[in-house]
Design a protein around this ligand. Structure first.
Ligand SMILES: C[S@@+](CC[C@H](N)C(=O)[O-])C[C@H]1O[C@@H](n2cnc3c(N)ncnc32)[C@H](O)[C@@H]1O
Length: 242
C-alpha cells in the first residue's frame, strides 16, 4: 500500500478545478517538439492519467505505469470513459528495467521525482528510468521548484466542484528543507450543500535543489537538452538524454 493508494479519488479532486481539455492542450503544446511520430512513450508516474489520456487521445503510442495500484486504476477509469485502449501497469521506477521494455520518451511528470526519499534513491530512480530508454531516448522530468517554495508553510487552493460537492484543498507543508524527508498534510474541506466534512492525507517527499538534480543527471551520464528552470517559477521541467 503506497501513500497514493490511500489518496485514491481525492487525487481527482486536485484536478477538478481545471478545464481538462485546456490542460491537455497546454500539456501537448509544451512537449510537442518531443512528441515525434511513431515514438514509444511511457508515462512512468501516471497518477490519475490526465497526461496519459491526453497522449492516447491524440494517437500517441503511450503506456502508463505507477507504483500505486489505485492510481493506475484511476488512469484506467479515465481511459475507459474515453474508450482509449492502451497498456497500463503497476511498477515502481526501480522495477521498470526488469520488464525489458524500452521507450523513446519517458515522462516523470507532476512532481513525482520528489517522492524519492533520499539522494541515493533519487539517483537510483533516475538511473532506472535511463535504463528503460531506447537509443537517443529522452526523459522529461517536471517538478515543483523547491528552491522557490521550500520555505512555504501552507498553500490554500481554490474551491472546486467534484461529483456535485465542493472542496477546498489545503496543503500544510511540514518543515521543508533540502535533502530532508518532509511531509505535506493535505486537508480537503468538503461542502455538500452545507454539510461539512474533512479528509486528511499525508504525502512524503524530499525537496532538492535544482543544481543538485541536474548535477546528478550529469554524473549519471545524461546530457541536459532542455531546462526551463528559473527561481521565479513554481514548477520547472528539464529533459535529459544519453
Ligand atoms: C504528484 S503525483 C503525479 C501524477 C501525475 N503524473 C500528475 O502529474 O498528476 C506523483 C505520482 O508518482 C507516483 N510515484 C511515486 N513514487 C514512485 C515510484 N518510485 N515509482 C513510480 N511511481 C511513483 C505516485 O504514486 C503518484 O501517482
Amino acid at each position: 500500500m503506497t501513500e497514493y493508494d490511500d489518496m485514491d479519488w481525492l487525487y481527482d479532486v486536485l484536478y477538478a478545478s481545471f478545464d481538462e481539455q485546456l490542460l491537455e492542450d497546454l500539456f501537448i503544446e509544451e512537449y510537442q517538439s518531443y512528441l515525434l511520430k511513431d515514438i514509444k512513450i511511457l508515462d512512468a508516474s501516471c497518477g490519475n492519467g490526465v497526461q496519459t489520456a491526453a497522449l492516447a487521445q491524440r494517437g500517441y503510442n503511450v503506456e502508463a505505469s505507477d507504483i500505486s495500484k489505485n492510481m493506475v486504476s484511476l488512469t484506467n477509469e479515465r481511459l475507459k470513459k474515453r474508450e482509449l485502449h492502451i497498456k497500463t501497469f503497476v511498477s515502481s521506477w526501480k522495477e521498470l528495467p526488469k520488464r525489458k521494455d524500452k521507450y523513446d520518451l519517458i515522462f516523470c511528470y507532476g512532481n513525482s521525482i520528489s517522492h524519492s526519499l533520499n539522494k541515493e534513491e533519487r539517483i537510483n530512480n533516475l538511473e532506472a528510468l535511463g535504463n528503460c530508454l531506447r537509443n537517443k531516448g529522452k526523459i522529461i522530468i517536471e517538478t515543483r521548484n523547491w528552491d522557490k517554495i521550500h520555505k512555504l508553510r501552507y498553500t490554500i487552493y481554490e474551491e472546486r466542484t467534484y461529483k456535485g460537492k465542493s472542496y477546498i484543498p489545503i496543503y500544510i507543508w511540514d518543515n521543508m528543507d533540502f535533502e530532508k524527508c518532509s511531509n505535506v498534510q493535505i486537508i480537503f474541506i468538503e461542502n455538500d450543500y452545507g454539510k461539512m466534512k474533512t479528509y486528511e492525507k499525508i504525502l512524503t517527499f524530499m525537496p532538492f535543489k535544482h543544481t543538485d538534480i541536474v548535477k546528478e543527471a550529469h554524473e549519471l551520464g545524461f546530457t541536459v537538452i532542455e531546462d526551463n528552470y528559473s527561481i521565479e517559477r513554481d514548477n520547472y521541467c528539464f529533459v535529459i538524454a544519453r
